[in-house]
Structure formats: C-alpha cells, structure tokens
Design a protein around this ligand. Structure first.
Ligand SMILES: [Zn+2]
Ligand SMILES: [Zn+2]
Length: 866
C-alpha cells in the first residue's frame, strides 16, 4: 500500500515546480530507502545487535552476580519501571502517543510572563509530569496551560496524515530566535508525552534484559507497537512550529525546497522550506536530534525482540516486521536524508547505523560508519586533537562513541557484498582507525586534576568523566593508564563509575587488577599546536600550557596564550567561555588572554597560523617555544617558555616573549584573583591614553621607572603566586581592573581582575619581554630577581641573556632566534653555546647543572659543562 502511495505522490510531484533551483529528490533516488535488503538479511541478525551485544549481556550477568554496584543499578532501574506494566493499556498509550505529530519541548515562550513584565526565554521554562500529562506549568510565573486567557485560537489543518490539526496561541507573536512565531502548548505537551513514554519503553526493555521478568518485555512490546502505528503519520517539522504537510519521505529529502507549501502560523508565510532545515527538524521532536528518540526505540527493541514468555515468543513475526519497518526504518529516513557532517548529524548518523544493524541493512551501517570516519579523520586533527576546543571534542564524542561501541566486532550479514564487492568483517574501530589517536589526545590534553584547561570555548573544570574513562579502560585493556584513569574517576573499587555502561562493558574482575598511578606526560600536539609542560613524579603537580593553535570554530583570539595551573589552582588563567551570553566576545578577545597585544588591536583570526619551533624536556630544564602570524605588522611574534627545576621538586617559569613590528607592544596577563600586593617603584595614576582602549581597564595605575617588580597574589591555604620582571628603560608597567566574569549564568556578574600591562614603544628592533612566574607554598619563594643582561652589539637582535637569582643559585638562560655560536659575559663568568636555548645553573661558584637544546656546545669559563 505504502509503496503505491509513494509512487503516486512522486508522479504528482514531478509536475510541481520547486521553490529553489535544486531538483526534487525523489524517494526512489535515495538508495537507503530500499528496504528489500532487510528481508534478505534480517533473519541472520544476532540480537541484541546495537550498542549492547550478547557478550555484553553475559558480562552484565557476571557483574550482577559479583558486584553490589551492579545490583544497585538494576534495583534502581526496576524501581522506576515496576509499576508500568500495570499502567500500560491501549487507551493510555493512545493518550501518550498521540496520532497528531508532536511539536517540541523547546520553542515555547510563556505569554503570561510577557504580560507580567517578567523576562521570558524563547524556549520557555516549563514543569510537566506524566501524572498530569495534559498540563504545562510555567516555572517562572506559575501560569498553567492550556489557559482560557491564552487560547490556542490559531488552527492549521494538514491534508496529509489523517486530519491532523495544529493549534497555536492567538496572542501577539514572539520573536523566537530568528523566527517570528507562536507557542503551541499542545504541541509541546505532545512532544513531552512521547519523550517520556519512549524513555519508559527503553527502561522497561533494559529491566527485562537484566532481570528476565517477562512483564517488562510485554510492556515494551505494547509501547513499541503503538509507536509503530503512530510514527509513519507524523510529519517532518521544526520546533519553530512549521510542518511539512506531505509524505514525510518527500519532506525529509527536500526540507529546504519542499514541493508544496508548508504549514506555518501567521504572520509567518510559507516559503517551501522548514525554518533552519535539518538543524531543527524531527518527527517525534523538532530540534535536529531525532537520534535521541531513534536510539531509545532500537535499543528497546533489541533488548526484547527475542523475549520468550511461558514458552512462546513475546512478539509475533508480524509484530516484529511492523516495528522494524514502521518505527525503526521509518524513523531513520529524516536522519539519512541529511548528508552533512556537523555536531548534530554525527549522532543522527550513528542512530541510522544502529537501525541498520538491528534490521539487517548493511548500507545503513555504512552510512553511519562513513560519518564516523569523516569525524575522526576530518573533524579531529591528524594528531587526534580537537579542531575546536576540548569541551566541543567531548560533545562530538557524544555523537560518535555509541557507534564505536556498536561496531565492536561487527561483520556484514553472511554472503553480503556492497556495490564495490567488499565486506566488513570483525570491525575494530578502536584499533584500526584514527579513533585511538582521539582517545590518546583526550588523555594527553588533561591537566593535573584530570580536567581540561579552559582554553578556547571551554569552561573550567570540564572533565572526561566516568563515562568516557569507562569506554577507554574497557576497549584498551592493553593500556594501564586508561585503567588508572578509570580508577581515578570511579574509585579504587570502581563502584562510582558510569554503571549504565560498566555493567555491560567492564570485565567482571577489572577492579581486582592493579593499576599504576595516572601519569601525564609532557606533550606537544603537532597539529593542534598545544604544548604541555608538567611537574611532579606523575606529571600531575602542575601544567604549563602554551597555545599556538590556528584559528577555527570555537577558538579565541589567543595566539601564544600562556596558561599555568599548579596544585589545584589556576595561576595564569584563561577566562574561558560565556556560551550564548551577549558579552561572549569579552573572553574571546586578545586582551582577555596572557599574550602580547600589538598596536592595541585584537589578533587576526584567519591566517594567524602557529607552529612550535622548540619542544624539549630534560630532568632539570623543560622548554617550549612557538610562533605565529597573529599580527600582520609583526614579522616576529614568538614565545619561549622554560620550566626550570633549580632544586629537587621545586621549579619556576621563565617566559620570554619576542615581538617585532608595529608601533606599540603590550605584554598583558592577569593573575588568579584580586588579592595582589605590588613591590617595586611607587605607582601613581596613569593617563587613560597610555594604555590601549581595547584592554578596557579602569583605575589604571603604574610607573615608568626602571627597576624590578614583584607581584604577589595570595591564594587559599597560604599559597602564593608571584610574577617578577624588570621594567626596562622606556617601558611602562601598569595595573588596572578589567573583565573577570567567567560564568554565563551571571553568578559572577561584574567581576573584575587586576590586569598587568607592560608597554614598550616599538620602532627599531625587537621588544623582548622577560618574566618569571612561580607558585609558592609554605617555603620561601625560589626566584628573588630576574634580569636581562647585555649581549654584544652584533648579537642584540638574535640573542637574549637572562639571569635568574634564587636563594642558592643563579641560572643563566640564553635564547637565540636561530642556533648560533655565542660567547657571553655574565657577572659570574663566561658562557658559550651554539644552541637555540641553554641554561647553566651556578651554585657555590660552579655549574650545578647545565643543558643546551638544538646545539652541541655548552661551556662555562671555557670548560665543557653539559
Ligand atoms: Zn510564565
Ligand atoms: Zn580564551
């Protein structure tokens, strides 16, 4: 019947002009709409076939026998579903799974809030419960809908799909993001009902799989059958309230150039495209992520489709075919119609592949696999690092990681070959693709407390967490560090892990196995261009991060930003990400970062490049150096950062920033808080014109007097953070109050931080800003003074010589733009090197340690001292 109807529709559509130039995509042109292949292969599918396999179920039984946490997980699951088998009946299901297409749970602003002068959000903020399932209550003003004061007076009738009627609030329309639209409380309620009952369905099915209680399987079956009855009539729509009144297959394929007008509430007028297209589209929902619904359906089916009660199958053959055809395959159509790769579509493609595995459609598996590979090979960088930020890497992994699980050991159905004559057998994405590099990068990118530095669009404290640590430990048993990470997140007995994964994927005896402590390496990402220097026996005491990342989505104007974290405290912070906050640019702009501003402007975004020119670590000295083209007028923009362990277990940082070109150079950084004491020349008010307006500082004070400065921030637990430098002749050091807000919820609205700005007039030659940073605990500070020493005139452009005086030593640090043989004079003796970077530590008049990088020669008073 369905086929005939499609055919007739296509005949009609061919004669209708389209709104856009693009030709109408016909269902017959979409290979994945060929479902005959399932009839051949569905009987050879071994169930459960999606993310959880028969071996995983067996493992779950083992974990249930052995571990209290697993039993607690099942008890919790049963607590939430045990009453449902009695509640489920045909009438209730017709109520919870309406014949009319659901709208979406978002895109519903509250007109009562607006009338009361309260702030209203385009999505609304609503309370809803299954007990009072026909009511929505505004969390802000308490108004209950439906409400006779705000009747849904506007009605749109669909010609397709059995006489569906969509109603909208008749009050003044709202600006809902880019759309002048109207809330539909009834549409929102329908979406909530479907969202709720599909969640119950998935839980019931899992409860059956783990407990074997057949009443759960029967209840699952009843819900799936009702959904299979309703879903084919549900129209393709967007949360904004536009519905494509036509065969959903045709609408799915032509969402941006529909063959006939869509339904939309006035004042919107039909334009033959659903507003924002696939990005906000769905059938059970309307926000571009129908995968959430589809995955629940396929997983519920997989857990129960072979259930047997009283010696007879719970599902008849006919029922199984109806669910596979009218629910699983049908709900995939919109998802595979979208061929783009973005952070929503990767999750949708994953759902398509899960359905393909469930029903025996190897082409659909390939569709998901293709997007998976495009994501790990194209969205992630060749070194496995993120193309956007660590936080967005986790979001992208959220889309693809279920497919990684589902394809463990996947083989095509027996006898199947694709159009190129190829088969997939015993697939292992974890080892055979770049996926392994992605996980390694997620590991190597952490700071000592196992969170990510809040660089680019990311917030402090974001962590991989138990969910991903579980996947890593379970899929890479050969890597003891991933097991160590799981123990660090889930506890030594692994009881605090993500139980919903652990019960299926974790080897029963994993907690018994010894794991080493989590050890983080010094690491430089060659493609992402982030360098990490660490300290402490496991590399977890501190993280010093230099960023030379190129520009891209979710990046900041932060080239050569320096971030420093030590023992639980951010010392040189990155302010992070204000998400959709209107003031988001304040933490994206260059002055919000610890870097150098040229001519008072933001860095360029496109074309800034970025490269590491040195990254090397030894026991006492670790150094990294990067450069970029962040300013068109600067032909040299390079930062060299060294971590020097002058006595056992204690280190400090030497920072050398070289810049050449432009008129004005401003070295800017901000410390961790406002509690800062200044030691140095006495400071006075500074004329506003002295500091670039882009910094947006208030209460600026400072001094242009040459001499040493020490700033000391007081931290929790009597700890301190210090920055030391020498103000050179012609330079001006200033401190002012600048942007400090980091939370998009506005909990820290109006926060400011002291910004330190060291300004040097440019012109001839380069500017070299030299600074020492140190974290100070109970003991005295290490560094007492840092100074630049003169070098011979002919070396002035290429070589910087620095003396760092500590209580027990003086370290002489030489940095050359290119490797060159230099002989330099210090107050303690002569230093000769041919490298790019060298350190000699003089204690009691003699070299105590010495290191040269990119060179062979290192001599102190004409003696080899390496
Ligand atoms: Zn309200
Ligand atoms: Zn930033």
């Amino acid at each position: 019947m369905r086929r005939c109807r499609d055919f007739l529709l296509i005949m009609v559509l061919c004669s209708v002009a389209t709104a856009a130039d693009e030709p109408v995509r016909k269902p017959s042109d979409e290979p994945l709409l060929g479902w005959a292949v399932c009839r051949v292969h569905r009987t050879s599918v071994v169930h459960p076939a999606a993310t959880i396999k028969p071996d995983d179920l067996a493992r779950a039984k083992g974990n249930l026998e052995r571990h209290a946490w697993a039993q607690e997980y099942l008890r919790g699951l049963e607590r939430s579903v045990r009453d449902w088998p009695q509640k489920i009946n045909p009438e209730y299901l017709r109520q919870m799974v309406p014949a009319t297409t659901p709208g979406d749970t978002l895109f519903t602003p509250c007109p009562a809030c607006r009338d009361q002068g309260k702030p209203w959000h385009p999505h609304g903020q609503w309370d809803w419960s299954a007990e009072a399932s026909d009511r929505l209550t505004c969390k802000i003003c308490g108004t209950v809908f439906p409400n006779e004061k705000y009747p849904e007076a506007i009605e749109l009738r669909a010609a397709y799909g059995g006489g569906q009627v969509f109603t909208y609030c008749g009050a003044e329309p709202f600006q809902i993001f880019s759309y002048l639209g109207r809330p539909s409380f009834s549409g929102n309620i329908r979406a909530r009902k479907v969202h709720f009952i599909s969640g119950i369905c998935r839980q019931l099915a899992e409860a059956y799989a783990l407990s074997g209680k057949t009443e759960y399987a029967r209840a699952t079956r009843a819900i799936l059958l009702r959904l299979a009855e309703a879903y084919p009539q549900w129209l393709v729509h967007v949360g904004y309230g536009e519905y494509a009144d036509m065969d959903p297959h045709v609408a799915a394929l032509n969402i941006n150039h529909l063959p006939k007008d869509e339904l939309c509430p006035p004042p919107a007028r039909p334009d033959r495209r659903l507003h924002t297209g696939y990005w906000s589209a769905g059938r059970a929902s309307g926000v571009g992520m129908e995968a959430g619904f589809v995955r629940k359906m396929v997983e519920a089916y997989e857990f129960t489709c072979e259930a047997v009660a009283d010696g007879r199958p719970v599902y008849s053959d006919d029922e199984r075919i109806r669910i596979e055809q009218d629910l699983l395959l049908e709900s995939s159509v919109l998802l595979f119609a979208d061929k783009q790769v973005n952070n929503k579509s990767v999750g949708n493609a994953t759902a398509v592949a899960l359905v393909g595995m469930s029903v025996g459609h190897p082409e659909m598996v390939r569709f998901g696999l293709d997007v998976f590979l495009k994501t790990v090979d194209g969205w992630f960088l060749p070194d496995g690092g993120t193309s956007e930020s660590w936080a967005y890497a986790m979001m992208t992994l959220g889309g693809v990681s279920p497919l990684g699980q589902a394809l463990r050991g996947y083989s095509d159905p027996p006898g199947y070959r694709d159009a190129e004559g190829k088969r997939i057998d015993r697939m292992d994405l974890y080892h055979d693709t770049a996926y392994s590099k992605v996980w390694a990068a997620m590991f190597n990118g952490m700071q000592g407390d196992l969170s990510y530095p809040p660089l680019a669009d990311g917030s402090p404290g974001s962590q991989l967490g138990a969910h991903y640590a579980e996947l890593m430990a379970d899929n890479y048993p050969e890597n003891p560090q991933y097991q160590a990470l799981l123990k660090a997140t889930a506890g030594d007995d692994l009881a605090r892990g993500d139980r919903s994964l652990a019960i299926y994927y974790r080897p029963v005896d994993l907690a018994d196995q010894q794991a080493p402590p989590v050890t983080l390496p010094d690491y430089c990402f060659p493609e992402l261009k982030l360098g990490y220097l660490r300290s402490g026996p496991t590399g977890r005491d501190s993280s010093l991060v230099l960023s030379a990342t190129d520009w891209g989505g979710h990046h900041h104007l932060d080239s050569l930003n320096l971030y420093y974290w030590h023992q639980g405290q951010e010392l040189l912070s990155d302010l992070g990400y204000l998400w959709d906050h209107p003031q988001k640019p304040m933490t994206m702009r260059t002055p919000a970062h610890n870097t150098v501003i040229v001519d008072g402007k933001d860095q360029v975004s496109k074309g800034r490049g970025g490269a590491f020119t040195l990254f090397a670590t030894t026991q006492r000295v670790k150094v990294m150096e990067a450069e970029s083209r962040a300013y068109a007028q600067a032909d040299l923009y390079r930062r060299t950062v060294a971590q020097i362990e002058c006595s056992d277990g204690r280190h400090y940082i030497v920072d050398l920033f070289r810049v050449r070109g432009g008129q004005r150079h401003e070295y800017v950084f901000h410390g961790p808080n406002r509690d800062v004491a200044t030691k140095g020349p006495s400071v006075g008010p500074i004329d506003a014109g002295e500091v670039s307006s882009a910094l947006d500082l208030a209460n600026v004070r400072g001094s242009g007097k040459p001499g040493p400065w020490t700033l000391t921030w007081n931290l929790a637990d009597h700890r301190r953070f210090q920055a030391l430098w020498e103000n050179e002749a012609g330079q001006l050091t200033m401190i002012g109050d600048g942007w400090g807000q980091r939370d998009w919820h506005n909990t820290d609205l109006g926060a400011t931080l002291p910004y330190v700005v060291r300004r040097a007039g440019a012109g001839k030659g380069l500017t070299a800003f030299v600074t020492a940073f140190q974290s100070v605990g109970a003991a005295d500070p290490i560094v007492e003074e840092i100074r630049r020493l003169p070098v011979p005139e002919d070396q002035a452009e290429g070589t910087v010589l620095i003396a760092v005086r500590t209580a027990s030593s003086t370290e002489y640090v030489v940095s050359c733009i290119e490797p060159r043989r230099v002989k330099l004079t210090t107050p303690d003796g002569s230093l000769e090197s041919d490298g790019r970077f060298a350190v000699v530590s003089i204690q009691s008049g003699k070299p105590a340690f010495a290191q040269v990088f990119d060179g062979e020669v290192l001599r102190w008073n004409d003696q080899d001292c390496r």
